[in-house]
Write a protein that binds this ligand. Structure first.
Ligand code: 4HQ
Length: 221
């Protein structure tokens, strides 16, 4: 069982996505346990302040190091082997290979920042900085949720038969998926490619692989 811990100022952010579909079933089946820890609970001052103005000036606020490091310490105390990952646009890119590596861990702690970011001295307490991509989110939460979702679906037993059949293309060969079609045969004047109606499964297989390769080359250079 994977033990995932999420350190966030918005633990409620994760409730609805984790209560649906594949993540929900994986949690119910005991494949993963997800604990959301509220960083504000680690504030010790009477106003429970988690942010402060940036040294050097400028707009926005910065997350204070003390509550964040206290939350990391708590996560490590609950799980001595947990890998602590800070979501940040300055991190290394998240990939399917990383998802596979995380799915093999016993513990994964995802640290989510808000505001302009977290005090840089917190980085000394994390194992890795990870980015979902080159764009700016409102916080680390949507990035952490995406990472967790990608990891959960790789846990053995997380996918039902229909879902695991659909798993092959991108994940296994580094290719984009081929195009998919269902009924009706003609939609708004667009026909389903003839080969898919042929019943010739060897030919369908070849066509799909060629489509996946062509798309990957066109869209990812
Ligand atoms: N943020 N990949 C700013 C991201 C992000 C990303 C997280 C926004 C951290 C402070 N995280 N906060 N891209 O945009 O991971």
């Amino acid at each position: 069982m994977l033990h995932a811990q999420i350190l966030t100022l918005f633990p409620e952010f994760f409730a609805s996505p984790l209560s649906c579909s594949i993540p929900r079933r994986a949690i119910d089946a005991g494949l993963v346990r997800v604990d959301c820890l509220n960083i504000r609970d680690f504030c010790t001052d009477k106003h429970r302040r988690a942010d402060d103005v940036p040294y050097g000036g400028g707009p926005g606020m910065v997350m204070k190091p003390e509550p964040v490091v206290a939350a990391i310490r708590d996560a490590r105390a609950r799980d001595a082997d947990t890998r602590v990952v800070l979501l940040s646009p300055a991190g290394r890119p998240f990939t399917q290979d990383k998802a596979r590596a995380y799915a093999g861990l016993s513990g994964l702690t995802l640290l989510c920042g808000r505001y302009e970011g977290i005090d840089e001295r917190v980085v000394a307490h994390v194992d890795e900085e990870l980015s979902l991509g080159d764009y700016v989110l409102s916080g680390g939460e949507p990035a952490a949720l995406s990472v967790l979702d990608a990891v959960i679906r790789l846990l053995p037993g997380a996918l039902g038969d229909a879902e695991s059949a659909a798993q092959d293309s991108f994940a296994d060969e580094g290719l984009l998926d081929w195009p998919h079609y269902t009924r009706p045969e003609v939609f708004e004047g667009q026909r389903v490619p003839e080969v898919l109606l042929s019943g010739n499964h060897a030919e369908i297989d070849r066509w799909r692989r060629a489509q996946a390769q062509e798309r990957t080359k066109k869209r990812r250079g």
